[in-house]
Write a protein that binds this ligand. Structure first.
Ligand SMILES: C[S@@+](CC[C@H](N)C(=O)[O-])C[C@H]1O[C@@H](n2cnc3c(N)ncnc32)[C@H](O)[C@@H]1O
Length: 416
């Protein structure tokens, strides 16, 4: 099969099976949020927390699909200021779903463009402060060339949120894809869906697909999920090391993997005999080690910025001028649990973790209202304690709390 054939089949798949399956009627009851692309999160990792969204802001969602990222970004930008989103996709059926969702929300800040990101310069869309490209690069003939196209549309001070498949958490997926190609690789997609369901219903308990608890799209009953997972004409997975090479090859630098804790082997091995060796490694090598150690990454979500801004794009937790922004949890409730010596428990795809909440964290959590700066929280904690607290000691304590909460994607920082 030639390149053009394969590109045509990718497009045909998403015309027949827009992904992920979404219904505009659901916009009345919920906003789909996730990573990358929440404003607080991308501000933290791409703009060192300093981006003011009350100023004009341009985002490109390349391969926007049925609209999850475009709708989330457009809604959050509309709530803050005059930002706009450009949605780009080769699939008109997918765009139709995304447009219906935007209409259901009354969003007027999304421009819908039909076309391929591989032809981005010809589309003359201008430069963007932020580019989201999730689940797309790994379907291209040449992901590196695709990423370079995106770089060409990125402003110097901007950055991107990307997602590509990861190999270990998809163990078994490629085995099933191969079998389905052997059975009916040239058949019409609806026939292949029937073949896939027949094969899935008879997989032996020894097959890696049945033994893999991390992938579930094929179990949701919707054909689009099954097609995307098992019948895709072109899909490859990237290890952490391959992502690093891809990113550096495009003149970019990694700012973070999401959730950061998934990429930290010291969570598992930090108090053991290997910890010193791990601590001595470069951050990217520890991330690669974590991928091998945990074995449960089915995708990699990560932020990148132009290499010239490497290391400077992430907000700092030792800066009194940052405002801690809690996302997805109630800091007051967590403060109450910390007061009682409680524990924060989480489950990262089978990795069960428990973090004791020290009572000393309670007053800090109680003051984290998304408006107070770290300096103001420090001053208030000192006042309530009736004695000035040393900033360095306070910052070290906050750093420990931040490592857990930011590591789990629950806490970001923005400049005052
Ligand atoms: C797996 S879906 C992901 C959709 C969306 N980004 C998300 O994460 O929900 C991949 C999308 O990329 C689109 N796509 C594939 N190749 C593309 C290309 N060369 N240019 C633009 N879009 C493309 C497909 O039509 C499809 O809608």
């Amino acid at each position: 099969m030639g390149r053009d054939d394969r590109d045509a089949r990718v497009r045909a798949q998403y015309e027949s099976y827009p992904y992920p399956p979404r219904d505009a009627a659901d916009e009345a009851t919920r906003l789909v949020v996730g990573s990358p692309g929440q404003l607080a999160e991308l501000n933290h990792y791409v703009f060192a927390g300093a981006r003011d969204f009350a100023r004009p802001f341009r985002a490109l969602v390349a391969g926007g699909g049925t609209g999850d990222a475009a709708i989330m970004l457009a809604q959050q930008l509309a709530d803050e200021g005059p930002g706009e989103v450009v949605y780009l996709d080769v699939s008109e059926a997918s765009a139709a779903v995304a447009k219906a969702r935007a209409a259901a929300r009354g969003l007027s800040n999304i421009r819908f463009v039909h076309g391929s990101l591989t032809a981005l310069p010809a589309l003359k869309l201008g430069r963007f402060d932020y580019i989201d490209c999730c689940g797309v690069l790994h379907h291209l003939e040449d992901p590196a060339a695709g990423l370079r196209m995106l770089v060409g549309a990125l402003s110097d001070g901007g950055g991107m949120g990307l997602m590509v498949y990861a190999p270990l958490g998809r163990t078994g997926v490629y085995h099933v894809q191969s079998m389905l190609r052997m059975i009916g690789g040239e058949d019409a997609l609806p026939d292949r869906v029937t073949q896939a369901r027949a094969l899935l219903s008879r997989l032996p308990p020894t097959s890696w697909m049945r033994r893999n608890p991390y992938v579930g799209d094929h179990l949701l009953g919707r054909d689009a999920g099954l097609v995307d997972l098992l019948l895709h004409p072109r899909d490859r997975a990237f290890t952490v090391g391959e992502i690093d090479a891809l990113v550096r090859g495009a003149g970019l630098a990694l700012a973070a993997f999401i959730e950061p804790m998934r990429y930290d082997p010291l969570i598992q091995l930090g108090d053991g005999a290997l910890a010193a060796r791990l601590r001595a490694m470069r951050w990217i090598d520890r991330c690669a080690f974590a991928e091998l150690l945990y074995g449960n990454h089915k995708t990699h979500v990560f932020y990148v910025v132009p290499a010239a801004r490497a290391g400077a794009s992430v907000a700092r937790a030792d800066d009194p001028d940052v405002v801690p922004v809690p996302v997805g949890f109630d800091p007051a409730a967590m403060a109450a649990r910390a007061r009682d010596g409680g524990t924060l428990r989480t489950d990262l795809d089978g990795l069960k973790l428990a973090f004791p909440l020290p009572p000393a964290a309670a007053p800090v959590l109680a003051l984290m209202d998304g408006a107070r700066s770290l300096g103001a929280i420090h001053a208030a904690v000192s006042r309530d304690a009736g004695a000035a607290q040393d900033w360095r000691g306070f910052a070290a304590g906050f750093g420990r709390l931040y490592a857990v909460l930011n590591g789990l994607n629950l806490l970001f920082l923005r400049k005052r």
